[in-house]
Design a protein around this ligand. Sequence first.
Ligand SMILES: O=C(O)CCC(=O)C(=O)O
Length: 220
Amino acid sequence: MECACLHLFFSYFFISACRNPLECYLLELQRLAMKLLGFIAEALKVELKEIEEMFDDGFQSVRMTNYPPCPQPELAIGFRPHSDGAGITILNQVNGVDGLQIKKDGVWIPMKFIPDALVVNVGDILEILSNGVYKSVEHRVTTNPEKERISVAFFVCPKLEAEVGPVTSLISPQNPPLFRRTGMEKYCKDFFSRKLHAKSFLETMKIESTEEATQLHGSR
Ligand SMILES: O=C(O)CCC(=O)C(=O)O
């Protein structure tokens, strides 16, 4: 009896939390994102709370893209080259049609679709907070002459009240900050006021000189 009550109790919460499949899917992605960020904190040897504080109750967005078949794929691009402004992006290539390419050492490399797998892209904020240890990935999408392509990208970002900048414990006189600090709200405004183009926004966040780095490091 007790067990049935508990079951009903949890079912109620499960059902109300999963009012529709999209909401349920996004909740699961959010959980996955926090797990991935935990592994990233471990790899960076920084305290989990330094990352969690930024991303807990974070700002998230979803972009669903439909790429119709294109009779002349050599003349059109599906999605122009860019890096994501997010911390990480979890990408679902919903109908399994290839097209995603990443740039490595100046060369575009096609990403083979792997069934039942999600793609995780490193975004600009992860490059900033890791002080350049993780590099955000420049990517683009090509068009397909016969098949339509559908993707759902889930962008995981810090909360709007957070500061975006290299994690403090990673910075030292031997490892000066490579990027400026800014509020997440301003970061978003600046990011969205520019045209998506390669990694051009991240360039604007870079510290230009050792003097500037020393000044910023000294002022903390
Ligand atoms: O459609 C894709 O595979 C990638 C989409 C993308 O890069 C984006 O939404 O920023």
